[in-house]
Design a binder for this molecule. Sequence first.
Ligand code: ZN
Length: 278
Amino acid sequence: MKLLRYGQPGQEKVGAIDSDGQLRDLSLLVPDLTPEWLAPARLQALAAIRLDRMPLVEGKQRFGVPVAGVRQFVCIGLNYRKHAEESGLPIPQEPVVFTKALTSLSGADDDIVLAPGSEETDWEIELGFVIGTTARNVKVEDALAHVAGYCLANDVSERNWQLKRNGQWGKGKSFDTYGPIGPWLATADEIRDPQALQMELRVNGDVKQASNTADMIFSVAELVSYLSRFMTLLPGDIVITGTPAGVGLGMKPPQFLRKGDVVTLSIDGLGTQTQRVV
Ligand code: ZN
């Protein structure tokens, strides 16, 4: 099922994409996609809904962050070999973990508002997943059972402040609008293999990143298990799994986002995002 939240910021209603690609309103059944709705039993109940009997939503809609009440926004760095190489950083022996501020979360097609004074804002297409059940010290083989679903993410990053302002990466990654997620949460049953998804990001129509989640160093299952040894993962937590090669920082000379640029990204089964840089 492709679950989403549509409408103006702060007033989103719950919807789903039906088999014809049309938006259906679920707000009479689901007040909001809060963490308790991500439990397996609730998701099974939602999957039983006859979408063709739910109200059709017509006209262009804004898509908000597909889940509400997110409690952590956890990120994995350098999870693709060629990206670690282009960044001039060693291939990690263990996952690199950092966080983005929750206030950076934004809708799939919302504008990227350049942070004041930013000269080095960069793009990063990533596979995201959302936790459905509490995960604490889980084994790799049990890990995927804790994933409610998958989503597309852009880990927008200010490189100067990420890398040259001392301390941890979150500083360059936490500005408002630097965390587009969506348009929808594809429940785990929709994604047969999270390690076989084609991904592509373009800036002004030019392909910058083209890869496949098969190239990830640490798989989704390994990441859930690994993170759960260091922190308790709660329903509604969003984890993004690292970006492949082709970021602006790795270009010679480096390229960064400027006002008026348009970023388009997509992953198999997870939809497309289009962001204007303002
Ligand atoms: Zn990233």
